[in-house]
Ligand binder design. Sequence first.
Ligand code: IPT
Length: 996
Amino acid sequence: MTHDPLIALRPWEAPEVTSWGRLPMNAVDRRSGSLPQDGDWRFQLLSRPDAPVGGSWSPAPVPGVWTMQGTDDLPQYLNVRMPFTEFPPLPPAENPTGVYEREVDVPADWAGRRIVLQVGAAESVLLVHVDGRPVGISKDSHLAAEFDLTGLVAPGSSSTLRLTVVKWSDASHIEDQDQWWHGGITRSVLLYATDPLHLADVTVRAAYSGELRVDCRVREAGGALPEGWYVSGDLDGLPLTQDAEFDRLNAEDERVSDFLGEARMRTVVPDVRTWNAETPELYGLTVRLHRADGTVADTSYHRIGFRDVEIVGRDLLVNGERVYIRGVNRHDFHPLTGRTVSYDDMRADLVLLKRFGFNAIRTAHYPNDPGLYDLADELGFYVVDEADIESHDHAHEIADDPRYLNAFVDRVSRMVLRDKNHPSVIIWSLGNESDYGANHDAAAGWVRRHDPTRPVQYEGAAKLGWADPGVASDIACPMYAPLEDCVAHALSGEQTKPLIQCEYSHAMGNSNGTLADHWAAIESTPGLQGGFIWEFWDHGILQRVSDGRPVGRGGAGLYDNGVAAPGYRWAYGGDFGERLHDGAFIADGVVFPDRTPKPVMYEHREIAAPVRIETYRHEGIVLGNHQHFRGLDWLSGTWELSLADGRVLTAPAELPDLRPGQTAAVPLPFALPVDGGEAWLTLRITTARDEAWAPAGTVVCLPQVRLREAVPGGSVDPANRFSSAPVEVDFSSAPVQVDFSSAPVQVDADGLLVHPLLTAAPALSLWRAPTDNDELGGMALRWRSWGLDALVRKVVDVRRDGDRVTVLAEYAAEVGVVRHVQVFTPVEGGVRIEESAELPDALADVARVGSVFETVPGLDLMEWYGPGPWESYPDRSGGAPVGHHSVPVDDLFTPYLRPQESGGRHGVRHFRLSAPDATGLTVALDEPRQVSVTRYRAADLSAVAHHDQLVPRPGCVVHIDAAHRGLGTASCGPDTFPSYLVAPGVHRWSWALRVL
Ligand code: IPT
């Protein structure tokens, strides 16, 4: 029987106990002047919290998660399901518990001061002892806990700090987010000292009008300041003064104790530079608490921004403007350290997001590391700050369970108390996926009273309907709602709240189809204001393949460009031997685990373009400023005219002086050459000077307009001229035996093209390696059941008519036979291939219809005219400007964590594959087609779960698709739109293959 009250209380199974001995949360930053306790601590892992401590110690770095630091308790990935079967509020009896210890030397000059321990974050229950004495308890894995150690430690001597971290608890049931489960101390630990009377909290209200109000609390309670004490402050040198009226009212109020203190300062800043995500102007606010003799007892420093947030009608307004929310959901994540993230890493996250046009972050699904908010203030992001509440697996039971009431209010209120002074935070979120109950309304009530300056949102309240989500939500913030439902709501006449999806466009694998369609609707439908893509990170953990262990901190340099080095891989669910897991669903971000952007980022950058080409008229190009607050003076531009014949003309662009929302015509920078075929004009927009998030010269967007269409039959490339007549062949007569040996077009007895550069002749392809969307959306299952992944070609007839060879083949799928005709004709330097495929009606919605062939090794460079250079698909092709592109074949492939269809290029007009000695082949297409050139057959990709299992083929696998299915987002949310599906019936395409 233990005599330790912290253990005897068994707080890990008592939801009513959210803390004991913990100081109230506040917004005073104590990092400067503190004594950091990061670094190695003595560590041992117990099998349960009440097991005796006494085994052997080994060093463990703090902050960090023991699940990635060499223990046998490894990360586990689960989405909705809990990792144990106990019902709330119980955790399992077997419950890994980390005991961290170290000696701290308390400075002698802290004598007489108040000494505080701050633990940045620990998951999920923290127990604190000093020299064996119990100090306190804290829950909530993603907020700091502070404990007053005055009197428990002796200045000038050493004390033993013990932090016991219990992994599973009643709190785990409300921390059931879709992410890896870890255990550890994930944020920094520090000690600091203050005067006994100190600034306990500072609350800043800085309005768009320039009005500033600063409320200070001395110690933790209210009332007048002690006799003679006062506060002072300055805003970048502009002095603030204590509000005498506030003091007088305080002094007169008999209900107010005069033992502790509060004070208010006010000012109005003339010509205030206001804060918004485009121009995030910040001011430095210093608040001082003075003793009666004028000496400074305490100081608090804040970077503040002046701005208003309000909802007017169904619009969310920032500084009176209806801003678009171009958001992403972001977890605190790192592939080497799990949940521990450095300031530099967070900065890199946000810089990348800025460069790709994002202006908003939802801190899914808990208050993120404090540094994130400083960076969001500085770089310019609108933040939806989300409380650490997700009870997904037992949502219904917990939402109304009074035992959890305290936890709900505690988590939401502590988040608000911590983050209230950040201009970036524009909305409070009550959590995620926890059904909707009285506990939410209680938490919403607390926020509304405490901070009437910001809206509150909660997705689960949508249960009441988008028109009136009730007291818990000022915003209709559904997740993964079909676009047509959003538009219909906005047009219904019943919309009362802004509609901003808290999650949409699920970025799992090769995904984010129809993002551009979403934004076209958002920007043209009043009432729709944007949303938050799910999500920023692919949470792949760097793992050594040989022993299945997380690599941990030493892994820097073991990955590049989204790919892990040989011998390593990005682990997802199941890779650590978890019995229960949710597989690759954890790899669903717009960046790879090393932050390499996925191709969708380039489309997003274009969708968010601050300056756009509206139209092309005879008097010139009409440009528009699509920002909310900024002119175009921070941008510079270059015109690029790209002609199908390979010519590129450039000229500097003079950007007009446009206010937000304005348009103006600018003259065409070039006389359009009369020849050269299809012509595209691109405006390459870059930063004109250094921004906090990009050096001068960084690409901001690449708006483009087609000045001239390809003239049918008028292409400069004769091989690109095709008759549009359908391939009509009469196979009713008996097969004819033909002699192939001396003919210019070589076709073997099986009707397969014989060509010196091809190792596999062009055949029909109807299948792709299923994307995550194809798998989870059910398409892949259907395609397999139809046998599309293993179609067998049966040649039916081959005949020669002069130079022309015609081949009829059949492919028997389970639901019908596909007839495939190829007509080969010699053209200068090669062969023209006209094809048709007839899909029976039962083959509705296949992955692709097209040709696949393979080349000899050595053709390692791909050059093409069409959108690029990034990967693009029919429903995700917006960010790729049409032009001449050149990319090594190995780099065309996008290494989605679970191998799948990858590397496609949409709308290719012609391409060439060449060796360094310039030998190779060219392909001219009848019209813009989906093309992919990779080292893998579709079957190679679909056969493996990870990249380390893929063996690249020495040659190229080339797909030319007459039709290719859109990507959609069906792994979580709507599939692609009907217009991007591949219909049954007859498909025709033709192409010319020539040797260079
Ligand atoms: C929803 C979650 O909020 C998020 O955490 C994540 O799981 C995402 O979607 C999918 O990756 S959960 C889903 C069941 C709607």
